[in-house]
Design a protein around this ligand. Structure first.
Ligand SMILES: [Zn+2]
Length: 249
């Protein structure tokens, strides 16, 4: 589903998603970069989800085995559980924060909160986080270029440690793929997990509100906006500056 000239929505499941794929998948975005294709977040890898996401990738005009790169916002299973599948299917280079890379390399279900999510019934009991080694670590402010498009990593911890958002810049547009750092109307996603840090989340929201000239906000769950992202960042930051978190998504 094309959202902008460059950004397609190719996954989003039953857990706060758009019903594009059947599993507990985040919103997965495919970015068309003038001949290169970059997948940002891979969904859960549960059941028929990878096949459904692959079908949306092909409907966008790309091929799963033709992906250039895979970027991961964070280590949670609904965002990164399918990473090993898509990395193997495509041979694409995978990028994430150093911490996300380390946790995924050992398929660590405790650190990635997959074990907690299974206990909560969010993921099926037989779900296994497939280890994925060789992820290239990205630091805050680091820029990758694919085709005519740049991706700038923005460290946005709080929802969990090692969380990145990505500013996607091409042809005069600047969009933020935010993962679970901030949502439409500046909403938040606080979870009762060991590394969810309200103070860090608030600081990340203030940081995002300071990004210049962002057009669209494309979060990991729920609604997105094609223009006027700053209004949503400012709403989040107004709560954060008052030492509280915005309402939940
Ligand atoms: Zn998450």
């Amino acid at each position: 589903m094309r959202l902008t000239e460059a950004i397609h929505l190719v996954g989003g499941g039953v857990w706060g998603g758009m019903g594009l794929s059947p599993g507990p998948d985040c919103n997965c975005y495919l970015v068309e970069c003038g001949g290169a294709w970059v997948l940002v977040d891979t969904g859960s890898g549960v059941g028929a989800s990878p096949a459904a996401i692959a079908a949306h990738i092909e409907a966008a005009g790309a091929r799963t085995d033709g992906l250039t790169a895979i970027l991961l916002t964070h280590m949670h299973g609904d965002h990164a559980g399918g990473a090993a599948h898509f990395a193997r299917a495509s041979g694409a280079a995978v990028y994430a924060s150093g911490l996300t890379a380390e946790v995924l390399s050992r398929g660590d279900e405790e650190a990635s909160a997959v074990a907690a999510a299974k206990n909560a019934g969010i993921y099926p009991a037989d779900f296994r986080l497939q280890p994925l080694s060789g992820i290239a670590p990205m630091d805050d402010g680091e820029v990758l270029r694919f085709g005519d498009t740049t991706f700038t990593a923005i460290a946005t911890p709080g929802h969990c440690n090692g969380h990145l958002s990505f500013v996607v810049s091409v042809a005069g547009r600047r969009d933020l793929i935010a993962g679970d750092a901030v949502f439409w109307r500046g909403r938040s996603l606080v979870q009762a997990t060991a590394d969810c840090d309200p103070a860090a989340m608030a600081a990340s929201m203030v940081k995002l509100a300071g990004l210049p000239d962002i057009d669209g906000l494309f979060p990991g769950h729920g609604a997105f906006t094609i223009s006027g992202a700053k209004r949503h960042f400012d709403e989040a930051a107004s709560h954060a500056r008052a030492l509280r978190l915005p309402p939940g998504v």
